[in-house]
Design a protein around this ligand. Structure first.
Ligand code: TXA
Ligand code: MG
Length: 338
C-alpha cells in the first residue's frame, strides 16, 4: 500500500478513507494518532496489524463533543462531566462504562469500559466531524517505540502499512493524554496513566484522586535497576541522571571508554556536551514543558544512530507535567537511574 501524505486541505479525502474502513495518521495535541472507524471490527483490526499491537490492549475512542461521548458510554458520574467541562477538548481520557453494541468490541478488547477523549487540534476535530464517526486511535508508532510527535515519525514507522498521514506539524504536549478511571465512583477515581493534564489540575476540580500502583513516583528510585519491562526505548540503554546522585559528570565517568549520548536541556549541554559523542536538546534550562514536548523526538534521534553505546537522560521534578515526563522516561530506561 502506498501511504499518502495529506494536509488540512485534503480533509475530505482523509474522511473518505476513514469511511472506507482505512487507517489514517493524524495530529492530536499530545502525539500523532492512528485512526479508524471505532464501530467497525475490520477497520479497527487494521490498526492492531499496522502497529503490531497486542489484541488485549484496548484503544482510546476520540469524539468531537460531549454529546458524541454520551452515545458510546453510560452511567457517566457527575465528576466525569466536571472533568469534561474543565479539560475537553484536551489531553484527558476518561474510562467509562461502554454502551453495549455501540462500538466494535475489538476497540475495547472485550472489556465493559471504554477510554474516551475529545482532542483539541483542528486536524483531529475536522477528521472526526467529517468522517461522521467515533475514531479509535492509539499512538501512531510501532508498538514499543516512542510515540510520534511529528508526521515524519509516523512515516518512519508505518510507511506502506496505512492509507494516509495528515501532516499538520509537531504536537504541542509531546506525551499522551492522562487516562483516569471514572467508571466506578464507589471505588474513587484513579489515574491509570499520567499525561497532558496534571494530577494537581484534576484534583482542583474533583478533589483527591488515586494514582495506579503501576505508576511509580520518580522519587522512589528502584533499588534493582533494569528489572522492568521497557517501552519507548531506543536500541541503546538509557540511564536517568538525577542531580542528587552522580550528576552528569559522575555519570559520564561511570561509562568512560563508551560512546555517550546526552539528552538534556541547553544548560546541561553547554556544561557537559564535550564529554558526549552526541547530544539532543530538551529545550531551555529547567523548562519541563519543553522537555516533555521534545522527549520522544530525542529518544527517536538516538534510536537512529549506530555509534552510540549509552544514553544519559535528564531527570525532572515529578510535579505537574513532570510526572508524565518521568513516567515515560522511566519506562524508556527500564527503571535505570544513576
Ligand atoms: O494522547 C493519547 O491518549 C493518544 C492520542 C492518539 O489520543 N493515544 C494513546 O493511545 O496514547 P494508546 O493506545 O497508545 O494508549 C491508550 C492507553 C493504553 O495504556 C490502554 O491500555 C489504556 O489507554 N486504555 C484504553 N482503554 C482502556 C480501558 N477501557 N480501560 C483501561 N485502560 C484503557
Ligand atoms: Mg501508545
Amino acid at each position: 500500500m502506498k501511504t499518502k501524505i495529506l494536509t488540512m486541505a485534503d480533509m475530505t479525502e482523509a474522511a473518505r478513507l476513514i469511511q472506507a474502513g482505512e487507517v489514517v495518521g493524524f495530529q492530536t495535541e499530545t502525539v500523532y494518532g492512528l485512526g479508524a472507524d471505532a464501530r467497525s471490527d475490520a477497520a479497527v483490526k487494521k490498526i492492531y496489524a499496522a502497529k503490531g499491537r497486542q489484541a488485549d490492549n484496548p484503544l482510546i475512542v476520540h469524539v468531537a463533543s460531549v454529546a458524541q461521548a454520551e452515545r458510546y458510554t453510560e452511567n457517566i458520574p457527575e465528576e466525569a462531566y466536571q472533568l469534561m467541562d474543565a479539560f475537553w477538548p484536551g489531553p484527558l481520557t476518561l474510562i467509562l462504562p461502554v454502551k453495549k453494541g455501540s462500538l466494535s468490541t475489538v476497540v475495547t478488547a472485550g472489556q465493559d469500559t471504554v477510554g474516551i477523549r475529545f482532542p483539541r487540534t483542528e486536524a483531529a476535530i475536522a477528521l472526526i466531524r467529517q468522517s461522521d464517526c467515533p475514531i479509535a486511535a492509539p499512538s501512531a508508532n510501532t508498538s514499543g517505540k516512542p510515540s510520534p510527535t511529528k508526521a515524519e515519525h509516523v512515516k518512519h514507522d508505518l510507511d506502506g502499512k496505512i492509507a494516509a498521514i495528515i501532516d499538520t506539524g509537531q504536537t504541542d504536549v509531546g506525551v499522551e493524554s492522562t487516562v483516569i478511571d471514572v467508571s466506578n465512583p464507589s471505588n474513587g477515581f484513579t489515574i491509570l496513566r499520567p499525561g497532558g493534564v496534571a494530577k494537581e489540575a484534576i484534583e482542583k476540580i474533583i478533589g483527591p484522586v488515586q494514582v495506579s500502583k503501576g505508576v511509580k513516583d520518580a522519587s522512589e528510585i528502584p533499588k534493582a535497576p533494569g528489572m522492568k519491562y521497557t517501552h519507548y526505548s531506543p536500541k541503546e540503554p538509557v540511564y536517568i541522571v538525577t542531580a542528587n546522585r552522580l550528576g552528569f559528570e559522575g555519570a559520564a565517568a561511570e561509562f568512560s571508554g563508551k560512546r555517550l549520548g546526552l539528552l538534556a536541556d541547553d544548560d546541561k549541554i553547554a556544561a557537559y556536551g564535550e564529554q558526549f559523542a552526541y547530544h539532543f536538546s530538551l529545550g531551555a534550562a529547567d523548562d519541563v514543558e519543553q522537555a516533555t514536548q521534545n522527549l520522544f523526538a530525542g529518544l527517536r534521534y538516538f534510536d537512529e544512530l549506530d555509534d552510540v553505546d549509552v544514553i544519559l537522560a535528564q531527570a525532572y521534578d515529578s510535579r505537574g507535567i513532570g510526572l508524565a515526563y518521568m513516567n515515560r522516561l522511566d519506562k524508556s530506561a527500564g527503571g535505570k537511574y544513576l
